[in-house]
Design a protein around this ligand. Structure first.
Ligand code: ATP
Length: 439
């Protein structure tokens, strides 16, 4: 029998500790990133979970041989730390011991140790498990972690309760054809298009809730901004006066997320050359104003949503006029889904709904939701929906909901724009699109 106490946890490589250990020998485990033989010694670049470290192997000075140790091997090393300005992270190790822990069966199909992989996106994605060993590629997902951590921290600090809602559902919340059908024990079911119904239900008992979870959209076209499974950063808050409360919460949240990333992810910001936006106030235009600016007309005509080109132009305007990387667009036509968006009391032709655009792309949809039962039933009918089909959702309204609103941010879109990547697939560790289910 084995007893697991949890007391003897092995420590991961710690850069600050290593930097403070000049002159001393440290021991850690890592992957061999690159080996370069020189005359009489070899440079061995080691890849830890977050950093690259240069080490020097000299025959006769190291216990254990470099023989058979190559790119991709996992090793345990001991080495004396030396300050070295020119090396990664300002230190270099003179190896005193190297032990092979594991070796690959094949060579990498990509040039992992180059600064950039230099291959096409398809080759990168086909070989994703290898591509992500490249420090530039993996840094994007460390940044993704930073965004999510920043989101959690802000939500918790503002008394939002984290919830986990089902992804196998009986109904789509967003309507339309982009929903995945699944066979649920011979009954029809779907993959959730958003946690909307459950977030709203939870507002009744938690006031403020949030969720970080996958969202499924059966996008039938390959675009640079859609994938079929993305991570939604969702929140919903009760007791709002208007959708502007939700927009203010998002502004503060994004500001906190950017600050969090700046405070904790400098190594990745440097590797990626990322420009983290300063978020002051975010300008806001109504959909009609946007249409007027874009087309010089005060009418949206047949349009009830923004085109990708509109999003680019509106962001250019926000940058020029307000020096903002973000712009809100509010008051979309009320005839447009979603059916849960509250119609304006002043002008029922529009709804209290907003999108947030960032560097030319929509990253958020949000708004004030209908809390009144009769009003919700009426809007369903106005949109050609049968309230009887939404009996379960309407239970929340039937038994009472506070005035509330919320939003969903697409994590990959936010990361993609933060890193100025041209394709959303680069911002997804293992993207799912119409042609890709592996790896
Ligand atoms: P679009 O009009 O760009 O297709 P949407 O209006 O369908 O987006 P919403 O339903 O409003 O998007 O979803 C809220 C947010 O979720 C979007 O602002 C976006 O950040 C993200 N999102 C939606 N669909 C996708 C997708 N297929 N891939 C990645 N992110 C998505």
């Amino acid at each position: 029998m084995v007893v697991v106490s949890g007391k003897e946890l092995k420590k991961e490589f710690d850069l600050a500790q290593a930097q403070a250990s000049v002159g001393e020998v440290i021991t850690f485990r890592a992957c061999v990133h690159k080996v370069r033989g020189m005359s009489g010694f070899s440079f061995v670049v080691l890849r830890t979970a977050r950093y690259l470290l240069q080490s020097i192997y000299t025959d006769g000075e190291c216990e254990g041989s470099l023989e058979g140790i190559r790119e991709g091997c996992y090793v345990e090393i001991s080495g004396r730390v030396k300050a070295e300005e020119r090396a990664f992270n300002g230190i270099e190790l003179a190896l005193t011991k190297i032990t092979l822990l594991s070796k690959p069966a094949a060579e990498y199909p990509l040039k992992v140790s180059q600064r950039r992989l230099g291959c096409s996106l398809d080759v990168n994605l086909d070989n994703r498990t290898v591509a992500l060993r490249n420090p530039y590629e993996r840094a994007a997902f460390k940044m993704q972690e930073g965004l999510v951590q920043g989101f959690h921290q802000f939500m918790q600090a503002n008394r939002f309760t984290e919830i986990h809602t089902p992804k196998i559902v009986a109904q789509g919340a967003e309507g339309g054809a982009n929903i995945f059908h699944i066979d649920y024990f011979q009954k029809p079911a779907f993959l959730n298009q958003s946690p909307q119904f459950y977030k709203q239900a939870a507002v009744a008992f938690f006031d403020r809730v949030y969720e970080v979870a996958p969202v499924y959209r059966a996008e039938k076209h390959a675009t640079s901004r859609h994938i079929n499974e993305y991570i939604g950063l969702d929140f919903e808050m009760g007791f709002i006066d208007s959708m502007y409360d939700v927009m203010a919460m998002e502004t503060a949240c994004l500001r906190a997320m950017m600050e969090y990333v700046k405070a904790h992810y400098q190594p990745e910001i440097k590797i990626l050359g990322a420009e983290i936006p300063e978020i002051g106030e975010i300008p806001s235009v109504t959909f009609l104003e946007a249409m007027e600016m874009l087309r010089g007309t005060g009418s949206a005509g047949k349009k009830f949503d923004l085109d990708p080109e509109d999003e680019v132009k509106l962001c250019e305007y926000a940058k020029e006029k307000y020096d903002s990387d973000f712009i809100f667009v509010t008051h979309f036509p009320s005839s447009k889904p979603p059916f849960y968006a509250m119609n304006s009391k002043e002008d029922p032709r529009v709804a209290y709904k907003f999108d947030l655009l960032f560097r030319g792309l929509e990253i958020t949809s949000g708004g004030q939701r209908i809390h009144d039962y009769d009003e919700q039933v009426e809007k369903m009918r106005a949109q050609g929906l049968d309230p009887a089909d939404f009996e379960s959702y309407l239970e929340s309204h039937k038994y009472g909901l506070p005035p509330h609103g919320g939003l969903g941010i697409g994590l990959e879109r936010l990361l993609m724009k933060l890193l100025n990547q041209p394709n959303i697939r680069q911002a997804s560790m293992f993207p799912r699109d119409i042609n890709r289910l592996l790896p």
